[in-house]
Design a protein around this ligand. Structure first.
Ligand code: SAM
Length: 211
């Protein structure tokens, strides 16, 4: 299977054609081998326009959703980013290419370990992964310029608002268990501004401030 051709087609038809314009992000999507993050049995579908199972009843998100969430973060390269829900580690790798450091929390040990091993093998030295409840954030490493939550919740977990730096940006799917709105949250000196982007469907965020 020619993964490079499939990857180019994925980026051109699913990402660029749908309006993603961030050049750095597009180049990273051309480069990162998404199939390496997908279990062997579904590798041939790695570049399809849909999420795929990765074990533990979890998914690697649809490529366009990964790209859109990343674009919403407006990364310039010098940010410290907190990711909640490492999953396969694919989104983590994209963030690591586009920012200074990535702190990623995953509640399922087997997924966290698999992602950590692969990301190390791929040479990423600016990623730290922790197994635990991401609704609590990562207080020892806070504050963060950016936070991305890759699982759905009814509201923003309070620790994540606290751990977001002033002028920081968070992206999170908010809604009920079955459908959500991808939401961009900006934190200013005295308020939290939410902007709704589009409807989406994510697996639930499970934890103290989750479902
Ligand atoms: N971005 C990932 C990727 O590229 O593969 C996909 C993430 S998947 C849609 C959501 C992940 O969030 C799952 O791996 C799930 O176990 C994790 N998750 C759910 N609740 C969590 C919590 N409280 N803390 C950390 N991870 C959580």
């Amino acid at each position: 299977m020619n993964y490079q051709n499939l990857r180019k087609k994925m980026v051109d038809e699913q990402i660029v054609a749908r309006g993603i314009r961030d050049r750095r992000l597009i180049d990273v999507l051309y480069k990162i081998e998404r199939h390496r993050f997908v279990p062997q049995e579904s590798r041939s579908s790695s570049y399809g326009d849909f999420p795929l199972p990765i074990g533990g009843e979890q998914t690697i998100s649809q490529p366009y959703m990964v790209a859109l969430m990343t674009a919403c973060l407006s990364l310039k390269g010098d940010e410290r980013v907190l990711e909640i829900g490492t999953g396969s580690g694919y989104q983590t790798a994209i963030l690591a290419e586009l920012s200074k450091e990535v702190y990623s929390v995953e509640r399922i040990e087997s997924l966290a370990k698999r992602a950590q091993e692969l990301l190390r093998e791929l040479g990423y030295a600016n990623i730290k992964i922790k197994i635990g409840d991401g609704t609590l954030g990562w207080s020892e490493e806070a504050p963060f310029e950016r936070i991305i939550v890759t699982a759905a919740n009814s509201d923003i977990p309070p620790p994540l608002i606290e751990q977001l730096k002033e002028e920081g940006i968070m992206v999170i799917p908010l809604g009920d268990r079955f459908s959500q709105i991808l939401t961009v949250v900006k934190k200013t000196k005295d308020q939290i501004i939410k902007t709704e982007i589009c409807s989406c469907v994510f697996v639930p965020l499970i934890g103290k401030y989750g479902f």
